[in-house]
Design a protein around this ligand. Structure first.
Ligand SMILES: Cc1cc2nc3c(=O)[nH]c(=O)nc-3n(C[C@H](O)[C@H](O)[C@H](O)COP(=O)(O)O)c2cc1C
Ligand SMILES: [Mn+2]
Length: 482
């Protein structure tokens, strides 16, 4: 299904009966608290309007992908599948990936309002203060940050949180972590002493946003080309007046700006900010905090800000998500691991505790799969604390089943620990000393919870009726089990 903008997606979600319209909720904490409570219930998408202090029509969409159906809708796979089936359907689609580049158009709704010079001021938008202890208002949570590689020429898009300032009207802080594609590209401009041109959108068609989150789009492949393929039609873009970068023509709000070389002694600070891991990140500064000097703001009439507020696991911003797991699965296979039957995660759809199921083919297969999974970009990008490998009979989307495999097929004496692996700066176990040294590394536990290969002949039988006999009984005694 092709959505030309976020508005079409909202209409479809409303027709599915999965949209709640909310008037008069306050931008200061109230929208955030309602969003958190609804995310915990895996409830509807929320469209806030009539926000105090702001014109009616200036809206905010939150929890857009907080359940499996809406995630599936956005990535073009059937909505009625189980989580592993959804993942497999998405992987099947990925096999057919062919880059579909954007097309440049002369105009589009994003140009309905153009603001430059002294008029630039983000307080014109009803940006929520999302969490009680946030150090600022984050206009960018569901944003797309667009940069161009100065050597290779291709355009990257990533979601990196963006904070506005009360007193610095034309500045935005953009927390792009090390090793993100956008950061690597930015570093190349800075190494030459140049400012890095950037476009950021704060509400855009769901394909562009999905592509710019953890969809596993490889270095060198533009998320624009991925989004075009995903939606089955090229994304329409307008050439930015200041940066020359492509701006999605139907985005809700966009900026053009420049990031000067990063300065260890910079006085700017960002954060704290309530994060996906379930804690407040203490905030970033210096070489970890790109600052965007904004040259122009563009927005549609009655713009809709996309809010992807971070909430404590397991109430994540998107649910039943197959994207990250699909990328992880592909990367494990690219390392040559055979017999992978499924890939999932515990708690949060983002490489925190990775679970892989395999059909064991030889002794050592489980450990090999664990090592391969651990070494992938998909696992490294998050905050992977554990890699668990189980046999194919375990339902890896069910945490209780995984725990059962762990306690029954794994000898704790054989659990391995790896040290000094890259973690995410949001990791609450990073010490202040590590942060001061920019040392974002952490240990990782490996559980090979497959039945030991050499014992496969005599390992105790699982105490559960066979599928066939269960079906027979369910059929015969259907009134009991309806
Ligand atoms: C809601 C949301 C917020 C995110 N916030 C950040 C962030 O503040 N900084 C960051 O580096 N990555 C953040 N990410 C993760 C990146 O968007 C993700 O790793 C993406 O794949 C990066 O694209 P890239 O590989 O092209 O750099 C966020 C993801 C989501 C979905
Ligand atoms: Mn990328």
């Amino acid at each position: 299904m092709k959505f030309d903008d976020m508005r079409e997606f909202i209409d479809t979600v409303e027709k599915m009966g999965e949209l709640e319209r909310i008037d008069h909720a306050h931008w200061n904490l109230e929208i955030g608290a309602i969003t958190e409570l609804m995310a915990e219930k895996r409830g509807p998408a929320l469209l806030f309007d009539h926000i105090p202090d702001y014109p009616a029509g200036y809206r905010i969409l939150t929890n857009p992908f907080a359940n499996k159906n809406r995630t599936a809708l956005a990535i073009g796979v059937p909505t009625d599948l189980s989580p592993q089936e959804t993942l497999k359907a998405w992987r099947q689609r990925l096999r057919e990936f062919k880059p579909l580049p954007p097309v440049t158009v002369k105009s589009g709704p994003i140009l309905e309002n153009r603001i430059t010079g002294a008029e630039i001021d983000f307080s014109r938008f009803p940006t929520p203060k999302w969490h009680e202890h946030d150090g600022g208002r984050y206009i960018g949570t569901g944003c797309s940050v667009i940069t161009r590689d100065p050597e290779e020429g291709w355009v990257n898009i990533g979601t990196y949180k963006t904070m506005q300032y009360e007193n610095e009207k034309d500045l935005l802080a953009c927390k792009i972590n090390r090793s993100q594609h956008g950061r690597t590209q930015m570093d190349k401009y800075h190494a030459e002493g140049k400012d890095c041109p950037v476009v950021i959108t704060f509400g855009q068609d769901p394909a562009v946003w999905m592509a710019s989150t953890d969809a596993g789009v490889r270095w060198g492949v533009s998320e624009y080309d991925f989004a075009g393929w995903m939606r089955g039609a090229p994304v329409e873009v307008i050439k930015g007046e200041f940066t020359g970068l492509p701006i999605p023509a139907t985005a809700e709000i966009a900026i053009e700006g420049f990031v000067p070389p990063l300065d260890e002694k910079s006085a700017y600070r960002e954060g704290p900010c309530g994060e996906w891991y379930g804690y407040y990140h203490p905030g970033s500064r210096g070489v970890n905090l790109p600052m965007v000097k904004v040259k122009a703001i563009y927005h549609r009439n009655d713009p809709i800000l996309l809010g992807s507020m971070q909430v404590k696991p397991p109430a994540a911003y998107r649910a039943g998500i197959p994207l990250d797991a699909a990328a992880l699965w592909d990367q494990i296979e690219a390392a040559g691991i055979e017999g992978v039957q499924g890939v999932w995660y515990m708690l949060f759809p983002y490489a925190v505790a990775v679970v892989v199921s395999i059909k064991q083919l030889y002794p050592g297969h489980g450990k090999q799969a664990a090592l391969a999974a651990s070494g992938t970009r998909a696992a490294m990008n998050g905050n992977c604390k554990m890699v668990i490998v189980v046999d194919e009979d375990v339902d890896i989307t069910n945490n209780d089943e995984v725990m059962w495999a762990l306690i029954s097929r794994c000898n704790p004496e054989q659990v391995e620990i790896f040290r000094g692996l890259k973690t995410n700066p949001d990791d609450p176990m990073l010490t202040p000393e590590q942060r001061a040294k920019d040392d974002f590394t952490m240990g990782r536990l490996f559980f090979d919870a497959c039945r030991p290969y050499t014992r496969r002949g005599e390992f105790p039988r699982v105490n559960k009726f066979s599928d066939g006999y269960r079906q027979e009984i369910l059929g015969k005694w259907k009134n009991l089990f309806k």
